[in-house]
Structure formats: C-alpha cells, structure tokens
Design a protein around this ligand. Structure first.
Ligand SMILES: N[C@@H](CCC(=O)N[C@@H](CS)C(=O)NCC(=O)O)C(=O)O
Length: 253
C-alpha cells in the first residue's frame, strides 16, 4: 500500500513535539514537518481541527492514519518504519510493558509538574494565560516529588538510561524533552529544581549525546527563547518595568 510521505504537525516549543521530531530525524524517517504555531493559535484553526480534533500538537498523518498523543505516535513510528534499532521500543513483551509503565507515569506526574510550573512562572503570557504563583507553587511540589521518584526508582538501574537500560528508549526521549523546557526558567531557579538530582542531570546529558546532532537542532528554538527571557529579566531588574506588551519577547517563539 502506498502511504505517501508522513506529515508531522508540530511546534518546536512543545516538548512532545520535539520528542517526535528528534525520533524521526535520528532514525532517518522520511517526513514533512508542518509547523503549528501555538503562540499564534494555529492549533485552533479549522484546518488543524481536521487533522487532530483535540487541537493539540504533535499529530501525524500517515496514509489514512491520523494520530495524536506523542507516546502513541512514538510507539507507532518505532513499529511501522523499517530499520529502527530495537532499543527504542524493544520487542520483548516485558520490556515493552515496563516502557509503557514509565511513560504513563510521566504523563500524570512529571509532565504535570513541569508544564504547570513553566506556564505559571514564565511561559503563560505567550499562550494567553496569566502567571499564577499559587498554581506555580503547587506545580513545584509535584515536579520535585516526580524528580525524586525519577532519580530513586526509574533511574536506579545499572545502565545510563531509564529502567537500567544501556541504550535509550522512546521513554527517555519523551521525558528528557519534558525536562528540557526548564531551560526557559531563571538559571538560579532551574538549578534549585534540578541540582539535587545528579542522576537526572547525567541522564539528560547522556540522552542529548545519544541523539545528537538532532537533539540540539530541534532544541535550538528553546535556547533562543531562554536568551530572550534572560534579557527580559535583566531589563526588568535594571529599569524596574515590565515589557510594554505582555507578548513582547515571546512572539518569535
Ligand atoms: N499528551 C499529549 C500532550 C499534547 C499537548 O498538551 N500539547 C500541547 C503543546 S505541549 C498543546 O498542543 N497545547 C495547546 C493547547 O492546549 O491549547 C501528547 O503527549 O502529545
């Protein structure tokens, strides 16, 4: 059956989008990246609603298959395309079950804490949400408790990757992309959150190294956003004034 080139709808500011893009690029999957700019509300357009009625990125279209949810997409990609190394989504049933276990945990714990903390301390105004210190404090607690479990349970094996594996799986890629969003925080805050977890920090570096140069290329947008937020913070510190326009500094994200 002719499937045609797969389309990946993504915004590189979105962590699950980055995981899918890095996976495709690293594994030399032939695909077309279609940018859906969340800060410009492109995910709410009628055209994108046809692709993903949930109006979230990432989403893929491959032949007659429309698929959303990054974990389901990663499982599909690892299974549908030939020549993908087994370590990404091992064929052994018990190992697969463990990978699903850690990915499900991620979505209801680590992601919950990380997204809500970043939205409520830095990114909110870019997506039309006011910053909310109370929600940020709650997210901070969830994030710290998740990082502690990540360090003591999921990264407790002999290998350098989740579940003690010696090579990365789709779960490593998904979770590291999640934590990379902490780059946009004030550096002191980022260090306060991550520095107690040395295994986590080492694992982020190992996953980056294992998937480069694609990891860095896809994350470039985040490093540019980090610089903009840093400049914005030092301007506020010098002049004591907020940017004129709430969206200033975010519009090119
Ligand atoms: N569980 C989903 C999460 C998708 C998601 O929340 N995407 C965000 C960007 S990171 C989005 O599209 N947000 C737009 C909105 O909620 O309006 C996945 O893993 O793909």
């Amino acid at each position: 059956m002719m499937m045609g080139k797969m389309k990946v709808y993504a915004d590189r500011m979105s962590q699950p989008s980055r995981a899918v893009l890095i996976f495709c690029r690293f594994n030399r999957i032939d695909f077309e990246e279609i940018k859906v700019d969340i800060s410009k509300r492109h995910h709410l357009s009628p055209q994108f609603k046809e692709v993903n009625p949930l109006q979230k990125v990432p989403a893929i279209v491959h032949g007659s298959l429309n698929l959303s949810e990054s974990h389901a997409i990663l499982v599909y990609l690892a299974s549908a395309f030939p020549g993908i190394a087994d370590h990404w989504y091992p064929s052994d049933l018990f190992t697969r079950a463990k990978i699903h276990s850690v990915m499900d945990w991620h979505h209801s714990n680590l992601r919950h804490g990380a997204v809500n903390y970043v939205i409520n301390t830095v990114l909110g105004p870019a997506t039309g949400h006011p910053l909310n210190p109370k929600a940020a404090a709650e997210a901070d607690k969830i994030l710290s408790s998740s990082l502690s479990k990540l360090e003591s349970i999921w990264l407790n094996g002999d290998g350098r990757f989740l579940l003690g594996f010696s090579q990365p799986s789709i779960a490593d890629l998904s979770m590291v992309c999640e934590l990379m969003q902490l780059e946009v925080l004030d550096e002191k805050d980022r260090s306060r959150i991550l520095s107690p977890y040395q295994k986590v920090l080492r694992w982020i570096e190992d996953t980056r190294t294992a998937t480069n140069p694609h990891f860095e290329e896809v994350h470039n947008i985040l490093y540019r956003a980090k610089k903009k937020f840093e400049q914005q913070r030092s301007r506020i510190a010098e002049t004591g004034t907020e940017p004129r326009n709430k969206m200033e500094g975010h519009s090119k994200m």
